[in-house]
Design a protein around this ligand. Structure first.
Ligand code: NDP
Length: 525
């Protein structure tokens, strides 16, 4: 048996399998609702002390975690590949390296986001006051994370929560428990107390129990369907949530785009991690003058990809995560072809490689009525559609329930930036795809059905804080002019006072000042 979760055992278990081979990797007991509540209670008990730990000490622990991760990076990447199937190179770059850089960012910015901020008052009657904002950790943060980035998603969220003085209870996907446990062990080794970061393993019910527990905020990353359920139950008790949900990201290839670069971007953006990335290029719109050459270039590049077990360093496309995911992808492709789409390449399982392999696929002849252009596919499929004008490209890109990220390729960066402003998405990249996730400084999150709130960057850190305004009147013996003791005269004075502040002319303001001045000496209750 492999490492267990932090919580007591109970009868239900999860079976963790290698998606490339179908072999069992580990088996774990599921945390019950009581186990989750116990973990949250321990996290709450530990939180005050952790919040009182100097920021410098917490930042140093995060940096120690970074150093340990760097030393252990090959082992961690191998763990990720074994249970998520992605090529080792991607495990290193998109998981380990992203977290190394997030640790740097969180440690460097903890002081900055926790710093007290002055709130200067412009209103002359409020000049006796001094106002400022203090930013406090929320308390216990619950994190529920998916299987497709089983290390970088929970780790980036956890580091920003911890460095700011929160404690964390993490429920990872049942499909990828080992990556979460490896992260937990490194955090504890770095000096994070056991109750300050805990992992509860289990199925969806364990996640639901965490969402229903006495946490102070929930950071949920997953599908729209689960996100809606989680959001509804959180709303019933006014639990704040961040929802990082699915995407159907468009890539626009404008008429002046460099075809070789844009086609490489489309192939990588749609097929890396076997297309199982929330930021995957799921819809590619290409100017009609380039369309046929673009499709030919993509087909040729796809034919050169190596599909196989992610542990082989030559592998570029690994397996899908599960038979269920394979069925979703297959059914969307088959349905599109039955409705008239053209299968340029791929479109079939590769059982000789293992149980969950699907050939990288290129489809053209698509319409927005097809399910594959509307629902998240989450598989190694590149869907290409032509457009005639920039306006039509923007309209097609925005014709989606989702709005996570988008990309535009053009030789003219001003044109790309102008298009970027018109696209409905949380992030728009000009001349790149997916990479925004690796920018530790950039906020990550979507609009429309892609979710609420942000992770990453300063905005992501601020999601882990509550802001309190403190207002100090520096004249403790002075009764305020506006307190009780109203009357006709006071009403007239206040009318004039409004003229003093907002009168439409200098004369009106001067007159208002003179007529309201006597209110300063009026008798108050
Ligand atoms: P799911 O929504 O199926 O699961 C996400 C997490 O929620 C898992 O840990 C899951 O546990 C848990 N869960 C399941 N049911 C419940 C419940 N009722 N209450 C609380 N938690 C529950 O998503 P996937 O794991 O399949 O992840 C893929 C999805 O995540 C895609 O849609 C993808 O686009 C999205 N995603 C979004 C990202 C973003 O940043 N916007 C980033 C990465 C992925 P279990 O696995 O044990 O069922």
């Amino acid at each position: 048996m492999t490492p267990t979760s932090d919580v007591a055992l109970q009868s239900a278990r999860i079976l963790n399998t290698n998606p490339a081979t179908g072999d069992t990797l580990s088996e774990h007991p599921c945390a019950s609702s009581e186990d989750v509540q116990d973990a949250v209670a321990r996290a709450r008990a530990a939180q005050a002390r952790w919040a009182a730990t100097p920021i410098r000490v917490r930042a140093d622990i995060v940096l120690r975690f970074q150093r340990l991760l760097n030393l252990e990076r090959q082992r961690i990447a191998a763990t990720i590949t074994s249970e998520a199937g992605k090529p080792l190179t991607e495990a290193l770059l998109t998981e380990v390296m992203v977290v190394l850089d997030a640790a740097r960012f969180c440690a460097a910015n903890a002081f900055r986001v926790l710093r007290t901020e002055q709130v200067p008052h412009a209103n002359p009657v409020l000049k006796t006051k001094r106002g400022y904002l203090v930013h406090e950790p929320l308390g216990v943060i619950g994190i529920i994370s998916p299987w497709n980035y089983p290390f970088s998603i929970p780790a980036t969220e956890t580091l920003s929560a911890l460095v700011l003085g929160n404690t964390v209870v993490l429920k990872p996907s049942e499909l990828t428990p080992l990556s979460a446990l490896a992260m937990r062990d490194l955090l504890h080794q770095a000096g994070v107390p056991r109750d300050v970061f805990q992992v509860v393993l289990g199925l969806g019910e364990t996640g639901a129990a965490l969402a229903a527990s006495r946490i102070d905020k929930l950071i949920f990353t997953g599908s729209v369907a689960t996100g809606k359920r989680v959001g509804q139950s959180a709303a019933a008790r006014l639990l704040p949530v961040v929802l990082e949900l699915g995407g159907k990201d468009p890539l626009l290839v404008l008429s002046d785009a460099p075809l070789d670069t844009a086609s490489s971007a489309a192939v990588w953006g749609s097929l890396m991690n076997a297309g199982q990335t929330c930021l995957s290029v799921e819809r590619c719109y290409v100017h009609s003058s380039l369309h046929d050459r673009f499709v030919a270039a993509c087909a040729e590049k796809i034919s050169r990809l190596t599909v196989g077990n992610g542990t082989d360093p030559r592998t570029e496309i690994g397996p899908l995560i599960s038979p269920r995911q394979l069925e979703i992808v297959e059914s969307q492709v088959n349905e599109a072809v039955a409705e008239g789409a053209t299968l340029v390449c791929g479109g079939q399982r590769l059982p000789s490689l293992g149980p969950n392999f699907y050939a990288p696929t290129l489809l053209t002849g698509l319409t927005h009525q097809m399910r594959i252009m509307r629902e998240e596919t989450f598989g190694p499929v590149l869907c290409v559609m032509p457009f005639a004008s920039d306006d039509q490209a923007v309209a097609l890109a925005n014709d989606s329930d989702f709005g996570l990220a988008a990309s535009v390729f053009t030789a003219d960066s001003a044109r790309g930036e102008a298009i970027a402003r018109r696209l409905q998405a949380g992030t728009v990249m000009a001349n790149d795809v997916i990479t925004c996730f690796a920018v530790a400084e950039a906020p990550h999150g979507g609009v429309k059905a892609s979710g609420l709130g942000r992770t990453h960057g300063l905005y992501g850190m601020r999601e882990m804080l509550r802001t309190k305004y403190i207002d100090v009147d520096l004249m403790p013996r002075m009764k305020k002019t506006w307190w009780f003791g109203y009357g006709v005269e006071f009403s007239r004075q206040m009318d004039n006072f409004i003229d003093l502040l907002f009168g439409n002319s200098a004369v009106a303001r001067l007159r208002g000042g003179l007529r309201s001045a006597s209110s300063l000496w009026r008798k108050r209750l």
